[in-house]
Write a protein that binds this ligand. Structure first.
Ligand code: TZP
Ligand code: MG
Length: 224
């Protein structure tokens, strides 16, 4: 188990993180599983299933879809994280859970998923960051850095200053920037000292998903 754990953590902490987030509603140009597979072939480092919106899958259909995503991620050795749905994550043995401030308390989620699973938490301030770190978060999501159309209740864009503050305060905790990130503006985010960048639409809406992942990867080398 030590070896397995190490492998998992090496994966999780692999830099630079190109963290793809998607639900069926984000896949407007192609089948969601085709989209995910192309992103994996391109070389994303993390995947989060974030099933939201009026036509979101639920129940058994959601579970089936999640299992398909998990199978693809496993084949590419990419950590598979579930947004919000702690029970689903536990049920299918996902690698981790990502929660926001409106979801369950971090302590509770950490207790439910156990020590070995990854817990990611979205934070917007030093106070929230402190709280999440103390409750056992393994990484923080911060944003929206830029304007985004992919989250209905997104806050105003905050840029990268907060990210820099929090990463100075907590140098050990990986921070992932999110919100409106594209290959054209990613360099600014890398320069803030992030561990990774998380994107939905830049990949979901790309004509050439594999090429776009590679653009992000090339930029990450330059930006840091
Ligand atoms: N949280 C903050 S912004 C955002 C989430 C889930 C949406 C990011 O999507 P996009 O398309 O990369 O701006
Ligand atoms: Mg949430």
């Amino acid at each position: 188990t030590i070896k397995l754990l190490l492998r998992k953590w090496c994966n999780l902490l692999n830099r630079p993180a190109i963290y793809f987030i998607m639900g069926t509603g984000n896949a407007r140009k192609r089948d969601p599983l085709v989209l995910l597979e192309q992103a994996l072939i391109g070389g994303i480092s993390h995947f989060q299933l974030r099933e939201k919106g009026p036509e979101a899958l639920t129940g058994i259909a959601l579970k089936r879809f999640a299992l398909e995503c998990q199978r693809l991620c496993k084949a590419h050795r990419v950590p598979f994280i579930v947004n919000d749905d702690v029970e689903l994550a536990i049920d299918i043995g996902a690698d981790g859970v990502h929660i926001g401030q409106d979801d369950l308390l971090c302590e509770l989620v950490r207790y439910r998923i156990g020590k070995e699973k990854v817990l990611g938490v979205s934070v917007h301030s030093m106070e929230e960051a402190k709280c999440a770190v103390e409750a056992g978060a393994n990484y923080l999501g911060m944003g929206p850095v830029f304007r985004t159309h992919s989250k209905v209740d997104a806050k105003e864009p905050v840029g990268v200053n907060k990210i820099m503050e929090v990463s100075r305060q907590y140098p050990e905790i990986p921070i992932v920037g999110i919100g409106g990130i594209t290959p054209d503006n990613a360099e600014t985010v890398w320069k803030a000292g992030v561990f990774g960048i998380a994107v939905i639409s830049a990949l979901a809406d790309a004509e050439d998903v594999i090429g776009e992942v590679n653009r992000f990867k090339a930029l990450s080398e330059r930006g840091r």
